[in-house]
Design a protein around this ligand. Structure first.
Ligand SMILES: Cc1cc2nc3c(=O)[nH]c(=O)nc-3n(C[C@H](O)[C@H](O)[C@H](O)COP(=O)(O)OP(=O)(O)OC[C@H]3O[C@@H](n4cnc5c(N)ncnc54)[C@H](O)[C@@H]3O)c2cc1C
Length: 377
């Protein structure tokens, strides 16, 4: 398919492709098998991605980022989808909410984050507030010189190790507000690290706040800005998921296409069986449809006055790609037979990793709600 990709974005795509092959793929199987991303490997790869110019690829030029257009960002992230979520994540994508850092916050948080020296997490989800983020119970109570946080967050990516956590909590007057909470803050502790289906080597944790004190200087933006700041990155996160899913699906497809050509049963290649040919045809169609929608959405974002104008298309791209990768991964396992179920090829890992993308950054149902809301007003 000719998507008429400009030359400079092709180069970016090639850079990401080679980086995945050279720097990330060699560690993938070990990290997945041991479910552990060694701290020094994580730090080294983040620095490496900074050196080659991939770290912070989502950032605008105003803060020293490369200002890559949306189309370039999705091309790049699609290539990162050719490796496990844990490995892809080492190419850091700082949360846009941090761009709201003001004054001293810039030196203390934003700048070290941009130098890949400080790690972060974003904590919105709670036991009683998932899709319905507005139902959050974490409270921020005003006290002398700052705030006391009380509550529990769950499913927080890198919550167990992040140097700074952007925590969304409601103030006494019910305004969701973002706080920059540093690791080691008294009253802030990590609860359980959730055991999970996939994304091995990418920890997701529960966070507890018991009278955790944060100063006024640790409020990000203004009181009441919390959900807006959280949502300021949702479009980017959803496009990232969509791109990642297209890359994952392509990887699974390429792998099983080769397997179907090589593996023989009943004296002939699997690829000669029409039942499997149709599966392959449907997988290829599925991937191309999601990719075309993804690229079209990226181009629409590049032309839009505000990302908010493209909310419906972004939800469509995320919904389409995350559902698609589930179907493709399932068929990939089937075409591999027993070998697809064994953790000896990337297919088993892709099958596990794919499942989370229909849940994180807004479930498939929430994307449909968004699409319907945009259609119906
Ligand atoms: C791997 C992983 C990493 C994550 N990382 C983070 C993180 O870093 N920070 C963070 O804050 N959160 C994170 N999350 C949490 C994630 O954002 C939530 O899981 C997600 O928003 C869904 O919330 P929930 O799990 O509470 O499900 P629920 O909201 O309880 O939903 C359960 C089911 O009900 C459906 N449902 C809910 N409301 C509606 C509705 N109105 N209409 C139709 N159906 C509905 C959902 O679609 C879903 O099928 C992560 C999750 C995962 C899986």
């Amino acid at each position: 398919m000719n998507h008429d990709i400009p030359e400079e974005l092709r180069k970016l795509q090639d850079l990401a492709r080679h980086y995945v092959e050279r720097e990330l793929r060699p560690h993938e199987a070990e990290v997945d098998r041991t479910k552990n991303m060694p701290h020094d490997l994580y730090a080294r790869l983040r620095k490496k991605s900074l050196e080659v110019g991939l770290f912070g690829y989502n950032l605008p030029v105003e803060v020293g980022g490369p200002g890559i257009p949306w189309l370039g960002q999705v091309l790049l992230r699609e290539q990162l989808g050719h490796v496990s979520q844990a490995m892809a994540d080492t190419v850091g994508r700082p949360p846009k909410a941090l761009l709201a850092c003001q004054g001293e916050q810039r030196q203390r948080y934003l700048e070290p984050v941009l130098r890949a020296e400080m790690t972060w997490a974003f904590a919105l989800t709670e036991p009683e507030a998932g899709s319905d983020a507005g139902a959050m119970r974490t409270r921020a109570t005003k006290t002398d010189g700052g705030w006391k946080l009380n509550g529990t967050k769950q499913f927080i990516s890198h919550g167990d190790s992040a140097d700074v956590v952007i925590v969304i909590a409601k103030t006494d007057d019910g305004l969701p507000t973002a706080f920059l909470v540093e690791r080691g803050t008294k009253g802030f502790s990590v609860g359980r690290v959730h055991p999970k289906m996939g994304w091995n080597g990418y920890p997701v944790a529960e966070l507890r706040f018991e009278d955790a004190f944060v100063s006024d200087a640790q409020v990000l933006g203004k009181p009441g800005d919390g959900l807006r700041l959280g949502l300021s990155q949702i479009g980017e996160a959803r496009m990232g998921v969509a791109a990642h899913c297209v890359g994952m699906a392509q990887r699974a497809f390429d792998y099983v296409l080769e397997h179907a050509r090589v593996r023989k049963q009943f004296g002939q290649a699997l690829a000669s069986f029409q039942g499997l040919q149709w599966m392959l045809a449907e997988m290829a169609l599925d991937i191309e449809q999601s990719r075309a929608l993804l690229y079209a959405t990226a181009r629409t974002l590049d032309l839009a006055k505000s990302p908010g104008d493209v909310r419906m298309e972004v939800s469509m791209a995320k919904l389409s790609a995350s559902e698609m990768v589930g179907r493709v991964a399932d068929r990939a396992v089937q075409i591999m037979g027993g070998a697809g179920y064994m953790a000896e090829s990337p297919i088993e890992m892709i099958y596990r990793d794919a499942r989370a993308f229909r849940i994180g950054e807004g479930t498939s149902e929430i994307q449909k709600n968004q699409i319907a809301r945009s259609l119906l007003g």
